[in-house]
Design a protein around this ligand. Structure first.
Ligand SMILES: Cc1cc2nc3c(=O)[nH]c(=O)nc-3n(C[C@H](O)[C@H](O)[C@H](O)COP(=O)(O)OP(=O)(O)OC[C@H]3O[C@@H](n4cnc5c(N)ncnc54)[C@H](O)[C@@H]3O)c2cc1C
Length: 404
């Protein structure tokens, strides 16, 4: 690959964040290339639950999630992958969990969430009745098939004129130029959407943002349920995880009780959730470990917790696990996005918590609109040679920091 072709936009990283930027750039009539060091979409964007968890977000994440909803549905039609407007149920198995649900419904009203009493909850969800106090239904949330959604979008983009350079790693950037393992690409605007690997291209930005790799235990299983689970299922643990629940007055009390009652689960950073898949199986997750470099080893103790809690919540004895895997996403303390422009026209876009499927479509739409409105944010290819290249992965740069 030589600098034969100039693109309006080059995207580095063919996960959902990069593909969403490629999609919106294409929609605006721009010429687009995507570079990925793998030969297929294989990162976090296929390792996840496929849950566009719109209602539980707040702030920018909520804005992006709500804006992205229609794009997921449009792309599902265009690119031909499974999606469903299922909404999400949340189960309360303690009064303090139900109190948080009540506060959420009081704050946002019935359009965003509906409170369910015990009997409505048991009519809707194939769970054991043990300890069930009630539940909540959030109608706006979506599901997509996590295995096929992003790969189908990549295929559709390629058929629609986006140039894909697979097995090609970006190595460094200067205004208007992306250096890759197969040569240079010229671009007005570059989006670097490489998820946690941003610490390999721009280590200072990752380090300053406290970015680490978050490893998740995940399973796919067949369960002999009373009737099919028809939506993603959240539990009390979910109420501690999403920003939309964080400021509710009951959240600290719930956190305190869970810490006292389940210290081992808190240590594992358990988030007990389930998403039903189009083939009838259920994705089960998850527990979290945070490291700068992700060890490959997964503790069986973590899987045992997930299995034990799955038996308890659904009242089943048998769980036929068909797959286990370790998912990896970026995590940073106290922030959901790492957005930066390290050199003119080169934009880092990293989602720094587990909401990239939910937020990427709206985030990318905003970013493409911004570069169209503000041409100064573009670096023109013809001035590139006059610029000092930005060196990345320079061994003289400061060593990686302490673990967070
Ligand atoms: C187990 C799990 C469950 C999750 N569940 C959900 C969920 O239900 N809902 C939700 O909203 N979010 C969820 N998430 C989060 C979501 O999956 C991520 O936020 C999102 O997929 C991140 O997308 P991405 O494009 O940034 O990263 P990725 O999909 O990881 O893509 C990054 C790409 O960059 C490429 N790359 C890296 N370095 C280079 C380089 N130098 N040159 C070229 N290419 C490079 C990689 O090959 C990769 O293809 C979950 C994540 C995990 C792991």
């Amino acid at each position: 690959m030589r600098v034969r072709t100039h693109f309006d936009v080059v995207v580095v990283g063919a996960g959902i964040v990069g593909l969403a930027h490629a999609y919106h750039a294409l929609q605006q009539g721009m010429t687009v290339a995507v570079v990925d060091h793998a030969d297929a979409v294989a990162g976090a964007s296929v390792q996840n639950f496929g849950h566009a968890c719109i209602s539980a977000q707040s702030g920018d994440a909520l804005t992006y999630a709500q804006a992205g909803r229609r794009h997921w549905l449009d792309l599902s039609q265009k690119a031909g992958f499974w999606s469903a407007e299922t909404g999400t149920h949340c189960l309360a198995r303690h009064d303090d969990e139900f109190a948080v649900l009540q506060q959420f419904v009081d704050l946002h009203g019935p359009e965003r969430a509906r409170l369910l009493d015990r009997s409505e909850t048991l009519d809707r969800l194939p769970v054991s009745g043990d300890g069930v106090v009630g539940g909540m239904y959030m109608p706006d949330d979506l599901q997509v098939d996590p295995r096929t959604a992003a790969p189908s979008i990549a295929r559709w983009l390629e058929m629609s004129g986006v140039h894909f350079h697979w097995r090609t790693a970006a190595t460094s950037f200067e205004p208007g130029v992306v250096h890759t393992t197969r040569g240079r690409l010229a671009a007005d605007t570059v989006f670097v959407t490489v998820n946690h690997d941003i610490d390999r291209l721009f280590p200072d930005y990752a380090e300053d943002g406290g970015l680490v790799r978050c490893r998740l235990h995940m399973m796919r299983a067949e369960l002999p349920l009373k009737f099919a689970l028809s939506t993603p299922l959240f539990t009390g643990w979910s109420l501690l995880r999403y920003s939309g629940f964080a400021d509710l007055p009951g959240a600290p009390l719930l956190a305190e009780r869970l810490r006292a009652e389940f210290p081992d689960y808190v240590e594992l950073d358990l988030h007990q959730m389930y998403t039903p898949q189009p083939d009838g199986s259920i994705l089960i997750g998850d527990i979290h470990f945070r490291d700068i470099t992700a060890p490959p080893f997964q503790s069986e103790a973590g899987f045992e917790v997930l299995l034990r809690e799955t038996r308890a919540i659904f009242g089943v004895d048998r769980i036929d696990v068909t797959e286990r895997w370790q998912g990896l996403y970026s995590s940073a303390p106290g922030s959901e996005f790492l957005l930066a422009t390290p050199t003119p026209g080169v934009h880092i876009v990293t989602v720094t918590t587990g909401i990239g499927m939910t937020t990427s479509m709206g985030l990318a739409e905003t970013n493409i609109a911004r570069i169209l409105e503000d041409p100064d944010s573009r670096a023109l290819a013809q001035v590139a040679s006059a610029q000092v290249p930005v060196t990345v992965a320079d061994p003289t740069l400061r060593a990686s920091g302490t673990r967070r």
